[in-house]
Ligand binder design. Structure first.
Ligand code: NAD
Length: 481
């Protein structure tokens, strides 16, 4: 196949939706259909209120929806018609059975592969867009080939992991650092790699489309996420040391970031990383290392997650100890609930752990986030994380907080000033730009005294806030600068 004309993507989530919208936008001659089992999600993609918030996404979707970009629940027909099928389904951490708590759950992937095989009457390129364990292509190849009724139909599997970051997805897709395509070193494999790269090369310079073998491409995605998370955990570990010694983590980050071998990005200390990928992909890496007998390598990567948990707990302890060792009956404003700015995604957000820690000590919380709907906040706080991807509680699992306890302890507000009014403290959890420019004199006047600020992202002007009257705690910085 030289020039594909029909693409289908299974999974209309944070990755499938934006990546396919970008392909449709840049390749008007290719018909792109994104399918999902979730009717609500598809309806939202077909409406004015898209199911995810991402700067620039609405414009891209509007430019090509109905022209060459379609969203549908008719998975079978769209797959049957396609030359290239991307699979961008969720690959969460397994909750029960072998590998529970670490291994990637490939049930959604396997379901998609069985469906592809059952409807295919022509050969297709199958693209792994989801993040999967190394060697998944081998397993999926067997599922595909052995479930297809027509022995003449051939499935060529490629690995094309997605490196976009939520919040900057459209920028990342339009101008990627690189596109990675892994394929077999056979005639069919090389032809498939060329067919897929011909799609990207409509707007990505050819030298940025990297070719690799299948296993390297699969492993590169896990490695990239593990390394990014490791940088955050490394700086978070240094933030604890800074607080104990009087050093300033931002000065340290600046000093080391100017070293061209280290570079300045991803060196911000924070309340901890979140999002659906970092933790699950590291756990997956840990599981793979353990399965091949590399225990020390597994322990090394696992420590990145342990440091993240430590940082979230440390922040909660700092809030409680700073407020005279108890927050019982005190109102605390939580500014930001999404796991990072410019997204409404709350999967694995550190806000959940921080809120749970403070509620356990008796605090009453008022949460404000510019993009996260109020009912989502209550749902997230009342639902164990593993239930997001799995509809039933595994045997013996306990709900950490009952819905009524969350209803009693947590309110939400669509106005940051209202969230802060009457509170004893405010905690910045997400680095939304708007938090830097709030009227802190007005906020201070409306709060109980002494009024505390705990800046979990180091996005506020701490000295100015101290001059307003706040007691300020900033991560990795001396208490009184
Ligand atoms: P998501 O949960 O937002 O979307 C996955 C979608 O797949 C869901 O809407 C689900 O209904 C659908 N689905 C599952 N099984 C299906 C089936 N058999 N048929 C049709 N639809 C099906 O997930 P996401 O955040 O888009 O992530 C998808 C994959 O991409 C994951 O492997 C993730 O690790 C990876 N990834 C995510 C990001 C990110 O920033 N979110 C970045 C890079 C890679």
């Amino acid at each position: 196949m030289t020039s594909p004309t029909r693409i289908c993507c299974i999974g209309a989530g944070y990755v499938g939706g934006p990546t396919m919208a970008m392909i449709a936008y840049k390749c008007p001659d290719i018909q792109v259909t994104v399918v999902d089992l979730n009717q609500q999600r598809i309806d939202a993609w077909n409406s004015e209120t898209l199911p995810i918030y991402e700067p620039g996404l609405h414009e891209v979707v509007k430019a090509c929806r109905g022209r060459n970009l379609f969203f549908s629940t008719d998975c079978r027909q769209s797959v049957a018609d396609a030359d290239i099928v991307f699979v961008s389904v969720n690959t969460p951490t397994k909750v029960t059975g072998v590998g529970a708590g670490k291994a990637a759950d490939l049930a959604y992937w396997e379901g998609a592969a069985r469906m592809i095989a059952s409807v295919s009457t022509s050969s297709k390129i199958i693209v792994e867009k989801s993040t999967v364990p190394v060697k998944t292509a081998e397993a999926i190849g067997k599922v595909l080939q052995r479930n297809c009724a027509d022995p003449e139909v051939h499935f060529e599997i490629l690995s094309n992991p997605e490196f976009l970051a939520e919040g900057t997805a459209i920028k990342d897709l339009e101008n990627p650092d690189r596109v990675l395509i892994g394929g077999r070193d056979t005639e069919e494999g090389r032809a498939a790699v060329e067919a897929l790269s011909s799609v990207y090369e409509r707007w990505v310079p050819r030298e940025r489309v990297l070719r690799a073998n299948l296993w390297s491409a699969e492993l590169s995605k896990l490695t990239a996420n593990a390394m990014l998370a490791q940088r955050i955990s490394s700086m978070n570990s240094i933030s604890a040391l800074c607080e104990a010694t009087g050093a300033d983590v931002q000065q340290v980050a600046h000093a080391i970031g100017t070293d061209s071998r280290i570079g300045p990005k991803f060196l911000n200390a924070s309340v901890g990383f979140g999002g659906s990928c970092f933790q699950k992909d590291i756990l997956n890496l840990v599981y793979i290392c353990e399965s091949v007998g590399l225990k020390q390598v597994a322990d090394y990567w696992h420590s990145v997650i342990q440091m993240n948990d430590y940082q979230k707990n440390r922040f909660v302890e700092r809030v409680i100890s700073g407020m005279f060792n108890t927050v019982s009956g005190k109102k605390i404003a939580i500014l930001g609930f999404a796991f990072k700015k410019d997204t409404g995604d709350t999967r694995e957000t550190p806000a959940i752990d921080v809120c749970h820690g403070l509620i356990s000590d008796g605090a009453d919380l008022c949460v404000y986030d510019p993009q996260v709907p109020k009912d989502q906040i209550h749902r997230d706080l009342a639902t164990p994380k593993f239930l997001w991807d799995h509809p039933t509680l595994p045997n013996g699992a306990q709900m950490p907080f009952s819905c009524s306890q969350i209803e009693k302890s947590v309110t939400t507000s669509s106005d940051p000033y209202q969230a802060c009014a009457g509170s004893h403290a405010l905690c910045v959890i997400t680095e939304w730009d708007e938090f830097a420019s709030l009227d802190y004199e007005r906020i201070y006047a409306s709060m109980s005294k002494p009024a505390f600020i705990f800046d979990g992202r180091n996005v506020l002007e701490h000295e100015r806030l101290r001059s307003v009257g706040f007691i300020v705690y900033a991560l990795g910085k001396p208490l009184e600068a």
